[in-house]
Write a protein that binds this ligand. Structure first.
Ligand SMILES: O=C(O)CCC(=O)C(=O)O
Length: 256
């Protein structure tokens, strides 16, 4: 491992997240945003806000994002060299002008740990949050609680406030979360954050007039295995051959 990778892993292991990491250059970002806008036109924003699941299986440009060398460089630094692409999802919070809010309910993401409902053993899960838009306090930035990944799996309940975007409508009860200790992960479009599957995180509603769109990509080391078979029947290495060859070709180009 390079000295830089050792430092990155040490920070991630200690705090359970990384943020502000550059991934997409100007042209890649532009192409990605255009490709995503086509999906918005095709499916409508009500659908694209949370229902684009595993888009990488249908669209090569999304697979290229999941296999992006600058993502894999960091993911392999934190998870080790042998990884599996687990799943992906676009998570978009639109301003109310783009997706009218029924009964004034504003979408947010309640405090959660990703791993809670997935049933994985044998290794961690890492989630990349790749920003397609500039993301900040106003438009519902991701918040994480540093160090919370060391607390084990916490109790979750059905969310009390309406508007939780999560499929299972889960949340960690308030008495187990100290929002004061949370830090925001503001990103410029094209940057990413990464959080561990045990890191407690959430996001507030988008109160701006700007879209807040992220491509969330989850990876596990090959040591991890699903104990809930129905949830991840395909875990045996979707796209890994491609990832490995991309990593190889980037290393070759850099003479590493
Ligand atoms: O996009 C968000 O606000 C939440 C994302 C999230 O829950 C995740 O990446 O695991």
């Amino acid at each position: 491992m390079t000295a830089e990778a050792v430092q990155v892993k040490a920070f991630y292991d200690a705090h359970g997240f990384l943020s502000g990491l550059p991934v997409l250059g100007t042209e890649e970002l532009e192409a990605t945003r255009m490709a995503f806008e086509k999906l918005e036109e095709e499916y409508g924003t009500e659908h694209t806000q949370y229902s684009l699941h595993n888009t990488h299986q249908a669209y090569p440009w999304a697979m290229d994002l999941a296999a992006h060398p600058d993502i894999l460089k960091v993911i392999t630094a934190v998870l080790g060299p042998d990884i599996i692409l687990l799943n992906s999802r676009f998570i978009c919070k639109y301003p109310s002008s783009d997706v009218p809010r029924r009964d004034d309910v504003v979408p947010y993401v309640a405090w959660l740990q990703d791993i809670k409902y997935w049933g994985f053993e044998g290794g961690p899960v890492a989630s990349v949050w790749l920003a397609l838009d500039d993301v900040d306090t106003e438009n519902g930035v991701l918040q994480v609680i540093p160090g919370s990944h060391t607390r084990g799996v916490l109790e979750h309940q059905t969310a009390i406030a309406p508007g939780n975007m999560l499929t299972a409508n889960q949340e960690i009860p308030r008495h187990l979360v100290d929002p004061e200790s949370a830090v925001e992960c503001p990103l410029k479009a094209g940057q990413m954050s990464i959080h561990d599957g045990l890191t407690v995180h959430a996001s507030e509603p988008n109160m701006s007039h700007r879209r807040r769109c992220g491509f969330v990509i989850r990876y596990i080391p090959t040591s991890a295995y699903p104990v809930e078979e129905d949830l991840f029947p395909f875990v045996a290495g979707v796209g890994m051959a491609k990832m490995r060859s991309d990593l190889g070709s980037k290393s070759e180009r850099n003479g590493e």
